[in-house]
Design a protein around this ligand. Structure first.
Ligand code: AMP
Length: 285
């Protein structure tokens, strides 16, 4: 397995694979890898000849009061996990390699990024789109793999690729959960034992919402109220948002039947103590 912190070396290696006729899969991550990331790598491994994983805690997608400095990092463990899955290349650059001192070009979009996480993290998606665009240029892959855990991010990247006519296929992968339902996340490591238990309220509340929608409830407010009620019963939890949007364009829905492609995204962001966690379900109606 090749480990490189160099843009030039990584690009030359991937170009060489392309010259040999290999299909290349890319899995962008911020490291501290877990089973969720592993499922993306395994999908990439199944569907491509070569797999590249990027491990980079991207400073420009964090707000000034967010957890960039404390974000968990363990590159030794990440490299071992990548090796165990059969990853061919890990791109692990320093921030200085990715962003020159005079860096000033960003990728942003008008729609999709204003709702949900965009409300409390106004510069987050600009940072994500910028780094993902850079990664697509450094690693000219055939396919890139993203988790539905970050459903808005998946929708934003798909739209960016369409709008910018980028020559890459975006593959969405299902959420991987702990046995008790908590969505796997690098940030779960921030939780103490009490908070870890309290964090189950995210998946529990969404299960309630899903049950209502499955039973035929189409009024988004009623579904959101039911979810909110469950979250508010947990004393360590503070709601950032509970929202139901059209998965196609991330616009709020009043009636679940009005999603353009029939796909709704029901998403929550909840502070458990100081830790902000997200979870969601996507439903085809
Ligand atoms: P991150 O390292 O948190 O930036 O995540 C890198 C990629 O892994 C993103 O596409 C995430 O959506 C995906 N991911 C993170 N957690 C999970 C999970 N529990 N299940 C599936 N994909 C995940």
């Amino acid at each position: 397995m090749i480990i490189s912190g160099s843009i030039e070396e990584t690009r030359n290696q991937v170009k060489e694979w392309k010259r040999q006729g290999c299909r290349v899969g890319l899995v962008p991550t911020m490291g501290y890898l877990h089973e969720g990331h592993k499922s993306l790598m395994e999908a990439a491994k199944r569907e491509n000849d070569k797999v590249a994983v990027s491990v980079f805690v991207n400073p420009i997608q964090f707000g000034p009061n967010e957890d960039f400095a404390s974000y968990p990092r363990d590159f030794g463990q990440d490299a071992a996990l990548c090796e165990s899955v059969g990853v061919d290349l890990v791109f692990h650059p320093e921030a200085e390699e990715m962003y020159d001192e005079d860096f000033c070009t960003y990728v942003d979009m008008d729609g999709l990024t204003k709702e949900l996480c965009g409300k409390s993290r106004p510069t987050h998606f600009r940072g994500v789109q910028t780094v993902v665009s850079k990664l697509f240029h450094i690693i000219p892959a055939d396919r890139a793999y993203f988790g539905q855990k970050d459903a808005q991010q998946l929708a934003v990247i798909k739209k960016m690729v369409r709008d910018m006519s980028m020559d890459i296929e975006i593959v969405g992968c299902p959420i991987v959960r702990e046995p008790d339902g908590l969505a796997k996340s690098s940030r779960n490591t921030y939780l103490n034992a009490e908070e870890r238990q309290a964090a189950l309220v995210l998946s529990r509340s969404l299960a309630e919402g899903r049950k209502l929608a499955k039973a035929g409830e189409r009024n988004a407010s009623r579904v959101k109220d039911a979810i909110t009620g469950v979250i508010e019963s947990e004393k360590f939890a503070r709601i950032d948002y509970v929202e139901i949007v059209d998965f196609a364009d991330i616009t709020p829905l009043a009636d679940l039947d009005h999603a353009k492609n029939g796909e709704i995204l029901c998403a929550v962001a909840v502070y458990i103590g100081k830790t902000r966690l997200i979870d969601n379900f996507i439903m085809k109606l």
